[in-house]
Design a protein around this ligand. Structure first.
Ligand SMILES: *Cc1c(COP(=O)(O)O)cnc(C)c1O
Length: 305
């Protein structure tokens, strides 16, 4: 059996809103790929790991914040594929739930102050330039390999869709989806939901993967105040969605993407009869970074109903 084989079904899910508007919505369950090498982080690491193995490198070196889904995915993937892993972690030494798991998977953590952290190449070279077995993987797993790994999502799809939704941090996953659609000659219109504030620069980063700028929609007004910022409204929506579907969303990425999807359907953005695919990019540990806020928001919504 191929050790890179995955399970990520496409599932239709239901809501009275969709019935009301005559729209069918499906979810690509990349969250089911693996509990820790979750979603797009698996897609982004896959080619890096294959390349490391081909070149006989055995040490993944990467970068991230204390709640980074990418660090957790890298730590677990390294363990699974027989590699070592080291992370430069932004900021001072703390024990987030994610970092605890990274340590259990055997990752070495090097806490790095915010100024030094900006220059990742230098950090890598200072410590690993003498180590030919170490491979540099950028923060969040960005880069061409990562983009190409995400394009594979399109090749797996069982049917065509009119629209596709995906959350964006670096925009690498989104670029891969647009690329996959182009390569497959599909006309699915792709919608990007940036989770950061002032994310217009992302368009250039996405377009840089293409010879000429592709066409897609960029929905700038669902960042809820910025990266890892949230609101009671968003957390209540996540509570609603999860309690109706049995599918968890995280407040940093997929919650914002799904909120945008519901909001645009409500505002009649899509004609009756449309089919929409949302990509569940995984990353559910983001929920645990907001325990207090979630508890407060959901107690509040129980009182209200
Ligand atoms: C990292 C992450 C993203 C962002 O992916 P980019 O390729 O950086 O845009 C989206 N969703 C989840 C759940 C993530 O963990």
């Amino acid at each position: 059996m191929n050790e890179f084989q995955i399970y990520s079904p496409e599932e239709q899910f239901h809501d009275p809103l969709f019935t009301d508007k005559g729209i069918r919505v499906f979810l690509k369950r990349d969250d089911m790929i693996h509990p820790f090498i979750s979603g797009n982080k698996w897609r982004k690491l896959k080619l890096n790991i294959q390349e490391a193995k081909n070149k006989n490198q055995d040490h993944l070196v990467t970068f991230g914040g204390v709640w980074s889904n990418h660090l957790l995915a890298t730590a677990c993937a390294a363990a699974k594929y027989g590699l070592k892993s080291t992370a430069f972690v932004r900021g001072e030494d703390v024990n987030s739930d994610v970092l605890v798991l990274c340590r259990v998977f055997g990752m070495e953590l090097i806490f790095t102050d915010r100024t030094a952290y900006r220059d990742k190449k230098t950090l890598f070279d200072e410590k690993f330039s003498q180590d030919p077995k170490a491979i540099f993987i950028d923060e969040g797993g960005a880069g061409y390999h990562a983009m190409q790994g995400c394009a594979d999502i399109v090749a797996e799809l069982k049917r065509p869709y009119d629209h596709l939704f995906c959350a964006a941090g670096t925009g690498t996953t989104f670029a891969g989806l647009v690329k996959g659609m182009q390569d497959a000659h599909l006309y699915t219109h792709c919608h990007c939901i940036p989770v950061l504030k002032g994310a217009d620069f992302l368009k250039e980063e996405i377009n840089a993967y293409f010879d000429s700028p592709p066409s897609y929609s960029f929905h700038n007004d669902y960042n809820f105040g910025g990266y890892a910022r949230t609101t009671t409204e968003l957390l209540e929506f996540i509570g609603y969605f999860t309690s109706k579907t049995g599918i968890l969303l995280d407040p940093v990425y997929t919650g914002k993407m799904m909120f945008a999807l519901y909001d645009l359907i409500r505002k009649d953005h899509f004609p009756k009869g449309s089919t929409i695919l949302a990509i569940h990019t995984g990353g559910l540990f983001g929920l645990l970074g907001m325990k207090e806020q979630i508890a407060d928001a959901l107690k509040g919504s129980q009182r209200a109903t």
